[in-house]
Write a protein that binds this ligand. Sequence first.
Ligand code: NI
Length: 155
Amino acid sequence: MATLKIVKFGDPILRKVSRPVDEITPRIITLLDDMIDTMREAGGCGLAAVQVGVLRRIAVIEVEDGKVIELINPKIIAFAGEQCEQEGCLSNPGEYGITKRPSAVTVRATNRHGEQFEVTGHDLLARAICHECDHLDGKLYTDVQIRALTDKDFR
Ligand code: NI
């Protein structure tokens, strides 16, 4: 396992649409492992492959310690409600904004064993699922933020 360099806002790769994974190769497994390492080392709760320079539809999420959700070719199949909460991105360290997102989201994806699964997330997990799926389409949280947070918000 290894940690990878995280691409920062302003890099044009973050605006590109990622390609689906059609075969789970050993390289994909290594990428997943390295992405988990990278996310944890950076202290984040989600990371998309594009953020480490790989334009593949892969993301990892860990909003609860030790419970990593690996998403290959994720697709949001249902959502409900609304929440306006704080959001940030490992590609934009130290910055946060308030975004409007669904309060519950169901995503369908493939795991590293090639099995399809569905997971429903509420609150933070719902935000994380939306945020990571957006990355795969070249979208950033700042595109949907209601307002940016400033130092004043944290005093
Ligand atoms: Ni992000």
